[in-house]
Design a protein around this ligand. Structure first.
Ligand code: SF4
Length: 259
């Protein structure tokens, strides 16, 4: 029986696709971004988190994921259908949802046949990403850095596949919601901005939107709960820098959005 490992799930309005959505965070990621907000989702095998109660100091252990059969998820989605207002539906994110490629595809096929609106956020690295796209109504793709070397040094893998997939997606004329996590010392440099603009100039961007997500530290405690060190030192970007990037993208004719 096919199943999916899920870190967390819950409703979210309009941030991960249109309308009110049931968002599933899937276990496993092939990258290792040091700012990751869901570090418990990195290993496909999961981890045991040690969570300290701030009042009693007592430590409880929690496995990072729960496994659900596709049937259970389908039933949950169909039960929730009345809540998918304003064009809502289901979103798969992570971790990196394509790490559980086969069961994810099977689930998407089942949901598609029931006319459920499907969104997926992913890092663009999966070699078979294009196979999933006919099943995805709203595609979110994280484009972290234009330079392959910097991308590899910081996230652990090159961005070549992301660029390749993104080029195909943009050339196909389908919509894509790009996201750039803007992180000081990683991609908030003039060189990175130039690299992003160079890529966007070389590809048809008329069906793409772009959103900048400034660095935050929401996941910091979870790194420690998973027994890992949080290595980010100073990732915060100023509002001025965010505005500067947004302005440069707007001037290049790109539709910049905020969700
Ligand atoms: S791609 Fe996303 S889930 Fe994977 S390590 Fe980076 S931030 Fe975390």
């Amino acid at each position: 029986m096919s199943s999916l490992r899920i870190i967390q799930k819950g409703f979210n309005y309009s941030q991960d696709g249109p309308g009110n959505r049931l968002v599933y965070h899937l276990q496993g990621c092939n990258l290792r971004c040091p700012w990751c907000a869901n570090p418990e989702g990195l290993s496909l095998e999961g981890c045991v988190m040690q969570i300290k109660d701030p009042e009693s100091g007592r430590v409880r252990k929690k496995r990072s994921f729960q496994e659900y059969s596709l049937e259970e998820i389908c039933e949950e989605v169909m039960r929730s259908r009345m809540l998918f207002f304003e064009g809502g539906g289901v979103t798969f994110t992570g971790g990196e949802p394509t790490m559980q490629f086969e069961p994810l595809r099977e689930l998407m096929e089942r949901l598609k046949s029931r006319e459920i609106h499907i969104a997926m956020e992913n890092n663009g690295t999966h070699p078979r990403l294009m196979e999933l796209l006919p099943l995805v109504d709203y595609l979110i793709l994280d484009f972290k850095h234009p330079d392959a070397g910097v991308h590899k040094r910081v996230t652990g893998a090159s961005n070549e596949r992301t660029r390749e997939n993104l080029e195909k997606i943009l050339a196909s004329g389908r919509g894509v919601a790009l996201r750039i996590p803007l992180v000081h010392g990683f991609n908030d440099t003039p060189e990175a901005l130039e690299g992003f603009l160079g890529f966007f100039h070389s590809n048809p961007m008329d069906k793409a939107t772009l959103e900048i997500l400034p660095y935050h530290e929401y996941g910091r405690d979870k790194w420690e709960q998973c027994g890992m060190e949080y290595l980010m030192k100073d990732g915060f970007v100023t509002e001025e820098r965010v505005a500067e990037f947004e302005e440069a993208f707007r001037k290049a004719g790109i539709q910049v959005i905020h969700t």
